[in-house]
Design a protein around this ligand. Sequence first.
Ligand code: CO
Length: 156
Amino acid sequence: MPKILEIITNPNKILRQKSENIKSDKIQEYDELINDMVLSMVKLDGIGLAAPQIGKNIKIVIINMRNGVVAMINPKILKKSIFKEWGEEGCLSVPNTFGKVRRYKKVTCEYLDRTGIKHKIEAKGLMARVIQHEIDHLNGILFIDLAKNIKTLKQA
Ligand code: CO
C-alpha cells in the first residue's frame, strides 16, 4: 500500500543540493517510491512534487496535470519560449508562503516515464510553470529565490 511521505521544509540542505540522474535500467527500483510520492502529492493538495522534497536527491518529479498525474524521471528542458510571464506560486516545502515568479510561457520538456519510455512534450501556462518549478527543485532552487512580493500567511 502506498504511504504518505514526510515533506521536508525549508531550510534543509537536501533542498539545496543537486539531484542525480536515474539510470534507465534502475527505474523499476523506484516504483514504490513513485507510488508514495503520487499519494503524498494528491493528499497534500499539491500540483507538483520533486524527490528532494521527500528527502531524496534523485531526478524524479510528479506533476498533477489536468488529465492526470505524470511521473517524470530525469526531466530536462530542451526549449524555452522567448516570452516569460509572472504568476503566483507556492510550495509544499515552503508552507504558507506565496510569491510571484517570472517563468517561460512555454517549454519543451523531455523525460522518461516509469517504464523507461522517453517522452517529449510541449507545455504552456500552468503546466509549463509547474515543470519549471519542479526542475528547479532538482537543481537546489526554491521559488522564494526568484519570487517578488513574497507573502507569508500567519497561522491562526
Ligand atoms: Co515546490
